[in-house]
Structures are given as C-alpha cells and as structure tokens.
Design a protein around this ligand. Structure first.
Ligand code: SF4
Length: 729
C-alpha cells in the first residue's frame, strides 16, 4: 500500500474501515494493522513535539512511506527526556481520525446545526476581511473578539499583533497560569509564573495539586519526582499531598492527607497558625523582604483556633502541627498549590495562603524552593500589547456588548460553560463566528465559518515548555507528514487576513507564512548568546556549570547552522539560573501581604459535594476524541466508554447505595445521571466525577459518551465545589 492508497482509504471511508471487531467495537488500531504492507527500507524518524497538552514533550515520529506509524519520546528533550504519556502515544489517532473537518466550511443552515458547505479559502478571506473593514470604518474594532485557548509562544504573539492591528483589546486568553500569575502579581507587583523546585527540595507539600493526574506537565513532573526521590545520593525527598480524593497523585505520596472538601483554606490557616505560634517563620527573611507581615500575624493570632480548623478540615490538630513543623525542619521545602484549589469557594485566598507559606518560611529563590525562570528570549515582535496588559481569561456572558465578530482558536466555550442556555444565547446574538477547530465541537456548530487548523503533525509551530524546574525550554513542532486534507494553518490564515484588510497589512505582516514568522521570532534565541539547542543529559549538566561560571560556547557557527540543529534536535533550552535577582522578581523590593485575602475560617460543613478531576488521558478537552482514552480512564474501576462517579465505602453505606447503581446528581444548575463506583478510600462528603466526558459533538468516538459534570457546575473556570443532592434511579 502506498501513501496515496492509504490516504484514499482514510479520506473515503474514514478509519471506520480499520475499526477492529473487538467486543467493544471501538478500538482503532489505526495504521498498525497496515504496517506490514509498507516497505521497511523507507522507515525514518522525524523529531518534533507533541501538542496534545501544554507540556509539549519531545517526540520522534516513525514514518514509513509517508505514513505516520507511531511516536516515541525524544531523549534530547530537556524536560520529557524520552518520556511520552499514554495520550501522546495516541498522536497518530489524532492525525488519522475519521471525523476531522477536511476543508473550510461556510454555514448554510441554522446556527447549532451541522448544515455547512465547502468554501474556497480565497472566498473566506474575501468575505471576512470585508466584514472587518466595515467594522473598522465605524471605529468599532473593539467589537471584534478573539478567544485564544492556547495562548503560548509565537502563535499567541501573532494573535496579539492581529488584534492590535484591528484596534481591539477584546482578546481572551484561556491561560492555565492565569490564577497563579494574578496572585503573584498581588504579592510581587509582577505577574510572574513561579516554578516549584521539586527536584532540589527535601519536602514537598502539595495542596490539591494534580501532578500525576491531568496536570500541565505529567511527564515532566514524573521525571522530576524520580530525581527528588532517588536521584540524590543518600537523600530522599518527602512528598505530602492534601486532597479529599484518593487520586493518582494521592497514591504516589509518602503521606496522603485526607481533607474534608471545601476546606483547603482552613487547612492552610492551621499551618500558618503553627508557624506563627511556634515562631517557625524565617525572621531574617521576613524582616528584610516582607511588607504587611505584622497584619498577617495578628490576623492569624486573633482569628485562628486549631479546634475550629480540626472541625472544618477533619484533620487533627496534632497532624497539622506535625506537617507545619516538618515543612520548616526539612528546608528547603516547597508548598505547591494545585488545580483542585479551584474547587474551594475561597480559591484566591487559598492560593494566596499557599504561596505566602513559601514566602514567610524563606523558601523563595532557594534551590528546592520557589524560583522564577527567565522568559524565553524571542526576538522582540513589534505591534503587540504591553507585557503587563491584563487580558481576561473567560468570556463574560453578562457583558452587555455583543461581539460583531468572534474568533475561536482551540476554544470550546459551549462545552465548558455550565450555563448552556446563556452561552448559546450569547453566540446566537454574535454577528459572525469563525472557528479554527479541526473537529465539529459544541461551539463550532454555532460558527458561520470553520477554517480547520492542521494537526500538530502537519504544521510548523514553536511550543514553550511549561516550567517544572528552573531551566527554560522551547520545543519545535514541524510537519512529519504533508497535510492530509485541505486544512489551513491558523497562523497562515491570520497573516493573509491582515494583508487583505488594508494596505497596512503588508507592512505589519511582511511574512510569507507563519513558518517565516516563527523563524524570525526564534532568531532571538540565537542572538541571546546563551542556552543551547537540545543536548544529552550529560552535556546539559556541563552547559549549566559553564554558563553559571560565565562561559558560553555555542555548538553552531552561524544562524543557518543554528536553525538546522534546532530542527534536528527538537528545540532550544537554557539550564542556567541566577538566584536572588530581586529586582527582576519584585516590583518594589518587597513581598506585599494583603489584608483583603485575610478571611476568617469557616465553620464545620457536612454537605455533600461534587468533586471533579481531570484524568490524565482526557485532561485537556480535545483528547477525549481518542477511543483508547475512554478505555484508560476507568481502567482502575473496570468502566469504559461511560462516566462513573466514585464514592467511598463509608458514603455508600450511609446512603445504602450499591456498586454500579445509577444515580441522579442535582445541583442548583442542573441534573446529571451516572453509574456509581464504590472505592475503598476517599472522603465521605464527596462524589468524584471525571471532567471532559459527555460531549454532544467531537467525533464518533466521543459524542454522547458519558456525562459532562460541567452541566451541574458554574463553568470550568469556576469549579467552586457544589453542594448536591443525589437520588437513586
Ligand atoms: S504529557 Fe502532553 S505533551 Fe507530553 S506526551 Fe503526554 S499529551 Fe503529549
């Protein structure tokens, strides 16, 4: 079978033709089954990066006869170091998914229907640029909205540049670091992204983090943790994890601290109480660097009583004392606030307390504490927003102004929003909607144009690696196969659209395509005269020592050689770090503690709560398109292609529920039905539910599988844990 025949197979009948007849009838071995018919001598590996989640792990694509057979990890990648998660291995399924949109589409029928017709790219550009020109003539650029669901790297900069070009700051960035940056800005005066230096720490206190579940870098955290535990001779770090659910992260902890739902805030008040009462804070550091400490101290002394904390959290005072003492006695230690804090009604206050714990114990800018990695040295791009511009992270449905045009890039607000009615009304009132989704998702059904993006296996892109240690890194994504269909790189589309709007476009966007734009931006890495293209672990260690001693010897002679090696090895990184650059990380030389976050502890709460979590294989929305994902998420409880909620044995006994019974869960926002799975461990006041299921679109392997818990929550940005009632069906 040659490439042409293979593509015909994909294009004509979809992968349905190679859906195996397993009992489940849903498993697609994809190209595996056809592998033996492809000539072995043609096989090669192409280095690129996985973009199925923000981690951007390095991968090598195994290509035979122009067909992607499988992927494996790239050992040179400084963070993933040859690791790939179960989802990353499914990359070929993404490329060859039978339900990809194959060409630009224009709406023919009603919004919300699947009634679209194919349209030529030239015509789309003509029609959309015409609409934008009209809006700009009226001076109403602000009515053009753009939701960027992946606001990182040069694609983010290109979108910013485009929005500036059309005079609009109605740019929404669905940034995974939005909340922590907001809190750091309050305390530092600058919206920095911290890194919790697990690798060099002695004691990690995780407050509701999902490091080994659906975190933003599960492979990176896995590598860091193996070093934390076994990589240092004679030293093994201690990992203490606080969460109501017995999650994968809980199971990997040295000590899992079971806590009552909606009480992370009080737990941290208890830890601070011990630190202050026992004078365990770092007095010298506090005196030199912390403003507002005395107010914080009196707030804790006057309002926190350990018995109240015990009642709220379900954790004994003795245990809280032990954890607080251990945290200080085992320095360097680090407190990591995680995803599940979002389920606390006092989300920002909790995030604040967790971070302040690192500050007052002097664990900032220390090996094993909190650090602030440098920004990637992209070449400065003109015509973008100021660095500190405050972008919103979610569409405000109560906003009176309705967009004239709404662009959606990797964003699916209909699925993510608890208030379905309101979001649909909002979209129905929006003038024109343009989606770049490669699949029909819940929101693209409301679009007037769908310009399907290439998959990451068909395009050029840069991918900043979310930090898990002080080193910074950027992966390079490149096409490993030619685009299978008539899809369009969203970056190319934006560049061409700007050129069509008016004569300024050619000047502001003098790039042939997005590839040219990327290489212009990456020139900054070459000019920075620091860091290196990806190297082996041994060479990386050498580079760090050399750079930190003031030496730098590049492994390339000129820019062309730099680009060649960058593409070959998979990216650029810089492991060097200088601690204690206080001017860089503090706006006014001090950490400022703010009274507005000092809230009194809440009383005992015995309510039943819905507790949602992100399973690793379907943690970022689009990944639930893989049938294998549906087999993995319920593996531990033997449930596939369906939702399930976990309840503890204790709760099941209390409510008289049996395993596999169907229940209805009701909150003030709606109702959902699901099967129950009784689990041995976990708090008796929670019902745990996986996120990312229950799509009503998104391809045949995803549609109508399971329930979407967001239907009974406010929205994905506000998972404030919800009181529920349950009823046996
Ligand atoms: S962690 Fe994310 S980027 Fe890495 S292999 Fe898995 S899905 Fe891909």
């Amino acid at each position: 079978m040659n490439r042409r025949e293979f593509l015909k197979l994909i294009g004509s009948a979809g992968l349905g033709v190679i859906v195996s007849q397993t009992p489940l009838g849903r498993i697609i071995p994809v190209v595996k089954a056809k592998e033996s018919s492809l000539p072995l001598e043609d096989e090669r590996f192409i280095t690129t990066s996985c973009l199925l989640c923000p981690a951007s792990c390095g991968i090598e694509a195994r290509i035979r006869n122009g067909i992607l057979l499988s992927v494996r990890g790239n050992k040179l990648h400084p963070v993933s170091r040859g690791g790939v998660c179960a989802k990353g291995l499914l990359s070929p399924h993404f490329l060859y998914h039978p339900d990809r949109i194959k060409s630009p589409l224009k709406r023919k029928g009603k919004r919300g229907s699947l009634d679209f017709v194919e349209i030529k790219l030239e015509d789309v550009l003509e029609e959309i640029s015409g609409k934008i020109k009209n809006i700009l003539e009226k001076g109403e650029g602000k009515k053009i909205y753009f939701i960027n669901g992946r606001p990182y790297g040069l694609m983010d900069k290109l979108i910013e540049k485009f929005m500036k070009f059309i005079n609009s700051d109605s740019l929404i960035k669905e940034d995974i670091f939005y909340s922590i940056k907001r809190i750091i800005k309050e305390i530092h005066g600058k919206p920095l992204i911290p890194v919790f230096d697990i690798k060099n720490s002695n004691y990690v206190l995780s407050i509701g983090s999902d490091l080994f579940d659906g975190s933003y870098n599960p492979v990176g955290f896995g590598k860091i943790f193996s070093y934390f535990r076994q990589g240092r001779e004679g030293k093994r770090g201690i990992f203490v994890h606080v969460e109501p659910r017995y999650s994968v992260t809980s199971s990997k902890a040295d000590r899992w601290v079971k806590i009552k739902p909606n009480s992370y805030y009080e737990f941290l008040l208890g830890v601070h109480y011990v630190i202050i009462k026992e004078k365990l804070y770092d007095e010298e550091f506090v005196n030199e660097f912390v403003e507002g400490f005395n107010d914080f101290k009196s707030f804790i002394e006057n309002n926190v009583h350990i018995q109240d904390i015990e009642r709220r959290t379900g954790i004994s005072g003795g245990y809280i004392y032990l954890i607080a003492r251990e945290f200080v006695q085992n320095k360097p230690s680090v407190c990591i606030p995680g995803f599940h804090l979002i389920s606390d009604e006092k989300y920002f206050e909790t995030l604040y307390l967790a971070y302040v714990l690192n500050v007052i114990t002097g664990n900032i800018e220390k090996d094993g504490g909190v650090k602030f990695p440098y920004e990637l040295p992209y070449k400065k791009i003109g015509g973008v927003f100021e660095e500190e511009h405050d972008f919103k992270n979610t569409l405000e449905l109560d906003n009176k102004e309705i967009p004239e045009i709404l662009f959606l890039y990797h964003s699916n607000p209909v699925y993510k929003n608890g208030n379905r009615k309101k979001i649909r009304e909002f979209l129905n009132r929006t003038g024109l909607i343009i989606s770049f989704s490669p699949f029909f998702d819940e929101t693209s059904l409301y679009a007037d144009y769908i310009i399907p993006d290439h998959t990451f296996l068909e395009k050029w892109q840069d991918a900043p690696v979310p930090v898990v240690s002080e080193e910074i890194a950027c992966s390079i994504v490149k096409p490993v196969v030619k685009p299978l269909f008539n899809t369009v790189h969203t970056g190319d589309f934006i560049i061409n659209l700007a050129k069509k709007i008016d004569e300024r476009g050619e000047k502001e966007f003098p790039y042939r395509d997005f590839k040219e734009f990327i290489f212009e931006g990456l020139k900054g890495f070459y000019e920075a005269e620091t860091g290196s293209i990806f190297e082996s672990e041994f060479e990386s260690k050498q580079l760090k020592i050399m750079e930190e001693s003031g030496f730098w010897f590049p492994s390339y002679k000129n820019l062309d050689e730099f680009y060649d090696k960058l593409i070959q090895t998979g990216g650029w990184f810089d492991p060097a770090y200088t601690k204690g650059e206080w001017r860089r990380i503090l706006k006014n030389k001090k950490f400022t503690l703010k009274k507005k976050y000092h809230k009194k502890p809440r009383g005992k709460d015995e309510s039943l709560y819905l507790y949602v979590y992100k399973p690793l294989t379907i943690s970022y929305g689009t990944d639930s398109i893989f049938p294998y994902s549906h087999e993995i998420i319920g593996f531990h409880v033997n449930i596939m292609y369906d939702s399930f909620c976990e309840i503890s044995e204790e709760l099941a006994r209390k409510l008289g529920l049996k395993d596999a019974e169907i229940i209805e869960i009701e909150s003030e926002f709606g109702k959902i039905k699901t099967r129950i799975k009784i689990v041995e461990k976990g708090d008796e006041n929670i019902i745990s539910f996986p996120l990312s299921l229950g799509h009503t679109e998104f391809g045949r392997f995803t549609k109508n599988i399971g329930e979407n818990p967001l239907k009974v929550l406010k929205s994905v940005e506000n998972l404030s844990i919800i009181k529920i009632k349950i009823r046996r069906i």
